[in-house]
Design a binder for this molecule. Structure first.
Ligand SMILES: [Zn+2]
Length: 371
């Protein structure tokens, strides 16, 4: 009689071992930190094919010096053009990670909110579902919880989630008051880091720069604030939103839009190299890069985006990290903006779409470990 419980226990142990061996997924992802960077309204056309020939002039693209812009960004093939525009993105992220959303290769990413504008797009990305009542960019505190807030409540993440954004509407989108997540947006000073001459100078310039009524700062301020905070506080989830690619589209300045994308790419490079130099992040950080919406086609509609702008519903998604198979530029895939939140959580080993059933599931194949 005494040997029976022992035999049963042995059987259970064998069964557990067999199950673990059969499971192709690693038990735990290597990723401990995620950085989500968004380049507002950067079209898939510009990301995947580089500078658009139809816009490299004064009349259609508002380009001040066409010869200079062509010298910087025009090349004979789409591959050369996109590498000239975003060398880090194509040289590192696309080689060591994954890039989804090139419609020319039948990889199609769709925004599913009906507006194709920013607040609804960011809310769709960060919450993983569409709130049909969010129809515009008004400064209304989001009634929905984002994946940032969801993670912030988990053990190990409290006080380790932070956001840095060029646009000043983000404290509302992320609902900083309810979530408790610090959101450094627009021309707000950087807080929560040890005082230093560098922080003081950044905050002074941030306060002195805006023109009257401006609600979006230059991306350099956003990036420097994020970098100072990252080094001082080592957040586990960092959200960064750049805006020049959108603002210069609305301004009708394709030359400045390209310049903005090129600068953002340099920021991504510096960010990734910094991350790999810090023991808290090296080898255990996943970088996700995406956008909130597309824009219309050249030569006329590219300046704007909205419910009635054909093509503004397409977006793209890129991921690089220790749990992402290096599949490069994806072909024949379909995904939606509602899947970004669960993909971010999956990189950290959390099953967001199981906890929030109306959220989209992780993008297939983007993270090999996970829940
Ligand atoms: Zn816009």
């Amino acid at each position: 009689m005494r040997s029976l419980p022992l035999a049963a226990a042995l059987l259970v142990a064998v069964a557990v071992a067999a199950t673990a061996a059969d499971d192709p997924r690693p038990a735990k992802p290597k990723t401990e930190n995620v950085i989500l960077v968004m380049l507002d309204g950067l079209r898939w056309q510009d990301l995947f094919t580089g500078a658009d020939e139809a816009l490299l002039d004064k009349t259609r693209g508002g380009v001040a010096d066409a010869a200079a812009v062509k010298k910087r960004f025009w090349r004979d093939t789409p591959e050369e053009r996109r590498s000239a525009l975003m060398p880090f993105f194509w040289g590192t992220i696309a080689k060591e990670g994954q890039v989804h959303g090139n419609k020319l290769k039948k990889s199609v990413g769709r925004v599913t909110n009906a507006t194709n504008v920013s607040y609804p797009g960011y809310s769709e990305v960060l919450c993983g579902f569409v709130d049909p009542l969010i129809l515009g960019n008004a400064k209304i505190s989001n009634r929905n919880e984002t994946v940032l807030e969801w993670l912030h409540k988990k053990p190990g993440f409290e006080g380790k989630v932070a956001a840095f954004t060029s646009w000043e509407v983000f404290p509302y989108i992320i609902n900083d008051k309810r979530s408790g997540i610090p959101v450094n947006g627009g021309y707000a000073p950087l807080r929560g880091v040890p005082d230093s001459p560098e922080v003081q100078l950044l905050n002074r310039l941030t306060a002195e720069t805006p023109l009257d009524g401006e609600e979006t700062r230059y991306d350099a301020f956003t990036f420097r604030a994020a970098m100072l905070y990252l080094k001082a506080k080592t957040p586990r989830v960092t959200f960064i939103s750049f805006d020049e690619t959108d603002a210069q589209g609305h301004a009708g300045r394709y030359d400045r839009l390209l310049h903005g994308a090129h600068k953002n790419d340099a920021f991504l490079k510096e960010l990734w190299e910094t991350v790999q130099s810090l023991p808290e992040y090296k080898g255990k950080t996943t970088l996700i890069v995406t956008t909130d919406h597309g824009r219309g086609d050249a030569p006329v509609e590219w300046k704007g985006h909205g419910a009635k702008t054909a093509g503004a519903e397409f977006f793209w998604f890129a991921i690089l990290g220790p749990d992402t198979p290096a599949l490069g530029e994806m072909k024949d895939t379909e995904f939606t903006q509602t899947q970004v939140a669960a993909t971010l959580a999956a990189a950290l080993g959390h099953d967001y779409s199981a906890a929030v059933p109306r959220a989209g599931k992780p993008i297939a194949g983007a993270v090999k470990a996970g829940p």
